[in-house]
Design a protein around this ligand. Sequence first.
Ligand SMILES: [Zn+2]
Length: 160
Amino acid sequence: MNDTERATHDWNEKASGHDCPFERTDSAALENFHLVAPLSASTLYLERNQCYRGYCVLIYKRRHVARVDQLTADEWLELAGDLHRAHSAIWQACAPEHMNVASLGNVVPHLHWHLIPRYVNDPRWGNPIWPTSVSDMPRVTLAEEEYREIADRIRAALTG
Ligand SMILES: [Zn+2]
């Protein structure tokens, strides 16, 4: 196996739920959270690091899935309802100026959302909380026909 094949293999193992830290009750990952409440399809936790007051994580609890597209439409609606409820409650409880909602899953690929209240005096106001600058992103542009080709494939998948 070369490095790319090994990385792909390791990722596929993790993404399929092998040794998933969000499904172990003794998990160090869960020690980083303080339980707020179980919701319909998910559980809401306060992040231990309260640099952003009210920062919560909402973890899908019905089964292991890594991505939104692995949910049925009904499962997605149920989770979206939880997300809306949690977002509204944090907004009401913490009165921030703005909210960031992010689902990344790069470290723990079990579907979860970061709900991050943002305040004008917070350390990264005007930027994502994760300190990587947009200007650090390598810029890649395509030929016009390549944009068209990718858009066509997505469009076909939307209607297909
Ligand atoms: Zn999992």
